[in-house]
Design a protein around this ligand. Structure first.
Ligand SMILES: C[S@@+](CC[C@H](N)C(=O)[O-])C[C@H]1O[C@@H](n2cnc3c(N)ncnc32)[C@H](O)[C@@H]1O
Length: 216
């Protein structure tokens, strides 16, 4: 076995061991959530009161559905959750799922058609590209996805609406934060405890959507 293959195997085994010991993984299993990521959105909700019954929410990058399970329980009764992912997501009663690439015109059209009056109070995105391990490639894929999320938020949000998006610190992330600040009254970074300390991920919360909706 060559050194590269051995190195990859070791990395994977370390990840599996860390995953098995992770308290959030155990809690997610015990409470019936599909992912440990549920605890991130739960914490963000506790600190920023993101959800309440009746809210209209678009969730980008939703599969396998850990966030969707929690979000739908908090916006019920009367709320609408439109979840979007490239991959199929096992159904969750009450949640409308759109399968496809959020950057595509036809997918955006579908999302809008699923929303009451075509607009939303909140857009949340935990979307992440497939990581190649090549820094520059991953950075540009991440940025493109962030731009697509912001574009969709600006298309569907009601004035005063909110936008929560996952980003990775580094690269041109400061530029993206500055761009978000053009569309929202306030933008602030959040790092929930359930997000691994060694992970570069942070969440950016934009509140008070300023401009009128963008046309598709
Ligand atoms: C970290 S996972 C989301 C996990 C989810 N929050 C949960 O708790 O189950 C990121 C997701 O983003 C999706 N994704 C990546 N690019 C996308 C795109 N262009 N359009 C829609 N979904 C995308 C991936 O398919 C992946 O399922």
């Amino acid at each position: 076995m060559c050194d590269i293959v051995r190195g990859k195997k070791r990395k994977r085994n370390n990840w599996l061991q860390r995953h098995a010991r992770d308290p959030y993984v155990r809690r997610a299993k015990a409470q019936g959530y599909r992912t440990r990521a549920t605890f991130k959105i739960m914490e963000l909700d506790r600190s920023d009161r993101l959800f309440r019954p009746g809210l209209v929410v678009v969730e980008l990058g939703s599969a396998p559905g850990g966030w969707s399970q929690y979000v739908y329980s908090k916006i019920s009764p009367g709320g609408t959750l439109v979840a979007v992912d490239l991959k199929e997501m096992p159904p969750i009663p009450g949640v409308t799922f759109v399968c496809g690439d959020m950057s595509r015109f036809d997918i955006k059209r579908k999302i809008i058609d699923c929303l009451p009056e075509g607009s939303a109070d909140l857009v949340i995105s935990d979307a992440a590209p497939n990581i190649t391990g090549i820094g520059a490639v991953d950075q540009s894929k991440t940025l493109a996805l962030l731009e697509d999320s912001l574009d969709l938020a600006c298309t569907v949000l009601k004035p005063g609406g909110r936008f929560l998006v996952k980003l990775r610190e580094g690269g041109d992330m400061q530029g993206f934060r500055r761009r978000c600040a053009l569309y929202f009254k306030q933008c602030a970074a959040r790092k929930p405890g359930a997000s691994r300390a060694r992970s570069p991920e942070v969440y950016l919360l934009g509140t008070g959507f300023l401009s009128g909706k963008r046309s598709l």
